[in-house]
Design a protein. Structure first.
Lengths: 345, 363
């Protein structure tokens, strides 16, 4: 018998399997950030320097909040997984372009600390952190959050309005969804042409040259990002399809009943936070169900609730509330859609 | 783990080394001279067990049960575990022997429907078998079927589903759907036992991986210490970090190389850090982001992350409720996890804990 050559070698013992696909949470989050780049560029084009300021403020605030929480909790630094960066970008995208910086910071801190860290960090939170932050801002600074500026690329002769802010590069105007809401409220009136005026804005809604929150306006930019994520298998196709399909169905019902009061269904898809919600927020894996059946229920729930709020409720936009509401029932959905193993009944 | 008593059987000088007898099997193999009882008894005497890894006594499997008739015998020639080629080499070099063993297994169960299922990434093995069947008219009832190459195609339940479309019930065994599955190595051993009354004393072992100096397939006496086989292959390379009994997906990592090769050990895989991956080798696990990738890849359609975390937080009833017992420990869940979580590892721990609990409790 030959002498053992392996006495000096340290052999590792761990459970099987001993090979892997080399994925990491960081790479998944990086894919989301890359998918958000077209929308970041679009925001830069339409809202100029404000886009940079807002996104920068939110991302930096989120990152610092998470870092501080880790230090206080005496846990290892979790910033490497890039989830704070994603939260920052999405929160910034969901705010109007001229939202005050100090309010952005407050919202970011709330999103990370209360929306995520208090629950135990990434993976343990029930609510999407960006939406939790935005909800807090809506409750505290409702006026700011409903003041939108029109993109700098539009020529217009409207008078300058605003909450005492000197808006030099853009002016305020009601967003397509806000006008849609007025159309519904004016239902039954003669000469209700508001819905028609929104319908004609569809093309600009696709490109992004309308008013709205920072990251929501350019449907095409968001769709490009969405396709990237679907190809990379970063997100599931089920939630966006379920959400957009159910929203479309609801929108169609309204439109078919009264096309004067209700806008065309594709306006609802392109308008407001529907696309960014469907592609980037509702698909957040931590806060969405695990099972495929559960994802269908979740997607249909978000789409339906959004449309319910938009058409029947008081708010012109319902994505944030719809997502938060469905987040709260995700554990229940998971339990009710328990899988049967192969060969089982 | 612990220690066990081992015995060393010393064989007389002139009886060594024992060679494979594949060339004794030819294309005019006569099935008619063997009865089902003979076949069963020969398998029992030779001590044949399932050599694909399960180690179930083959004689028990081959005994026809009138209450549970078998209508399909599947010979598992898939070898889905990456890095392994022992079954493949046997298929190429011992084709007639395996064919004889397959026919004998079918005869033992009075079953004419015999299918040799091979993954389609082994076209020359498929061709070799088809040629062997063509040459021997007595084997015309044996079908050669190419199945999709996809891990874990070689898992019993997965193969039965692929070949026959039938689902083996959870907690059940293949005879419940009238199927019997046996490994090609076992089939070869059956042929040797029935036709030449040879006991199961050797098996083919693949030595592979980036961390061993010489790779290959070897005809090894059962009981050979792993370190002897490794030394025969030039010893461990300096980049070796893990030695596995078996392949990289389901193999068992060992630290003591004096362990013997058993009847069910098909490979010694020596992996380097590069092959394992830096992150996986370091073992740093990040929180579960509930991405659902493990649910997507689980062949049994379980919820691996739920079970693994239930075990981690000491909630074994929850884990059992999510069908932890049905897990086949294939490792697909850990393989795809972005968080580098030892999903399969936790589930395996859970199964052991439940088994220990059952032992302690009086029935």
């Amino acid at each position: 018998m030959q002498e053992n050559q392996n006495i000096d070698l340290e052999l590792k013992i761990s459970p099987s399997p001993h090979i892997s696909k080399h994925l990491s949470t960081t790479s998944v989050m990086l894919d989301v950030i890359i998918a958000l780049v077209p929308a970041i560029i679009a925001a830069g084009i339409f809202f100029r320097i404000q886009a940079v300021v807002l996104i920068g403020t939110c991302v930096i605030s989120c990152v610092i909040s998470e870092w501080l929480c880790n230090v206080i909790r005496k846990k290892p630094n979790s910033l490497g997984d890039l989830s704070a960066v994603v939260t920052g970008i999405i929160l910034a995208f969901s705010l109007p372009p001229h939202f005050p910086y100090w309010a952005c910071i407050i919202g970011s801190v709330f999103a990370i600390v209360i929306g995520k860290m208090v629950f135990g960090g990434l993976g343990a939170n029930i609510f999407n952190p960006a939406m939790a932050g935005r909800c807090f801002l809506t409750a505290c600074f409702g006026a700011f959050i409903t003041t939108w500026t029109v993109p700098a690329t539009i020529d217009t002769v409207m008078p300058i309005m605003g909450q005492g802010q000197t808006v030099t590069q853009a002016i305020t105007q009601a967003t397509p969804l806000a006008i849609s809401k007025e159309a519904i409220k004016a239902k039954g009136e003669e000469e209700n042409s508001k819905a028609q005026s929104v319908n004609s804005m569809f093309k600009s809604m696709l490109i992004g040259s309308t008013g709205g929150c920072l990251g929501e306006t350019s449907s095409i930019a968001l769709l490009i990002g969405g396709v990237y994520m679907l190809l990379r298998k970063t997100i599931t196709w089920i939630i966006p399809v379920a959400m957009l399909m159910s929203a479309f169905v609801f929108g169609s019902i309204g439109w078919l009943i009264d096309s004067q009061a209700y806008v065309q269904p594709w306006i609802h898809i392109a308008g407001g936070g529907m696309l960014i919600g469907a592609l980037f927020i509702a698909t957040d894996p931590v806060t969405a169900p695990l099972t495929k059946k559960g994802m269908w229920i979740f997607g249909i729930g978000v789409g339906s609730l959004t449309m319910l709020i938009r058409i029947v409720g008081e708010y012109p936009e319902g994505v944030m509330f719809a997502i938060l509401l469905m987040n709260s029932v995700t554990p229940l959905i998971d339990r009710f859609t328990k899988l049967t193993p192969a060969g089982g009944k | 783990m612990g220690r066990a008593v081992a015995i060393i059987i010393d064989v007389a000088e002139d009886n060594q080394p024992i060679q494979p007898i594949a060339e004794k099997f030819t294309s005019d193999f006569n099935l008619g001279q063997y009865s089902p009882e003979q076949i069963c008894e020969a398998a029992r005497q030779a001590g044949i067990v399932g050599m694909g890894g399960a180690g179930f006594p083959t004689a028990v499997k081959l005994r026809a049960n009138p209450e549970s008739p078998i209508d399909t015998v599947i010979i598992n020639a898939c070898e889905c575990e990456p890095f392994l080629t022992c079954d493949y080499r046997m298929m190429i070099e011992w084709t007639d022997q395996i064919l004889a063993g397959s026919a004998l297994a079918g005869k033992s169960l009075s079953c004419e429907n015999i299918i040799i299922a091979i993954e389609d990434n082994k076209p020359d093995a498929i061709a070799a078998f088809k040629e062997a069947v063509r040459k021997n008219s007595a084997m015309s009832h044996i079908q050669i079927l190419a199945v999709e190459t996809k891990y874990p195609q070689g898992g019993e339940r997965q193969l039965i589903k692929s070949v026959t479309g039938r689902d083996v019930p959870v907690g059940g065994i293949p005879p419940m759907v009238k199927v019997l599955v046996t490994n090609v190595g076992t089939a070869a051993a059956i042929a040797e036992a029935v036709c030449f009354a040879n006991p199961l004393t050797h098996r083919v072992v693949t030595v592979t991986g980036g961390g061993i100096n010489r790779c290959g397939n070897f005809y090894v006496p059962i009981g050979t210490p792993v370190e002897e086989l490794i030394d025969f292959c030039g010893g461990l390379g300096e980049k070796a970090v893990k030695v596995l009994l078996g392949g990289p997906m389901m193999g068992f990592a060992i630290g003591d190389l004096s362990i013997p090769i058993t009847k069910t050990c098909g490979a010694i895989t020596v992996l380097t850090e590069k092959e394992i991956g830096k992150a996986k080798n370091k073992g740093k696990q990040t929180p579960c982001i509930r991405c659902g990738r493990c649910l997507d890849v689980c062949p049994i359609k379980l919820n691996p992350t739920k079970i693994a975390h239930a075990v981690k937080y000491d909630m074994l009833e929850t884990a059992a409720d999510y069908h932890m017992a049905a897990c086949m420990e294939c490792g697909c869940c850990s393989y795809v996890c972005p968080g580098n979580i030892e999903v399969a590892g936790h589930i395996k721990t859970g199964k052991i804990l439940v088994a220990r609990q059952k032992k302690k409790m009086p029935q």
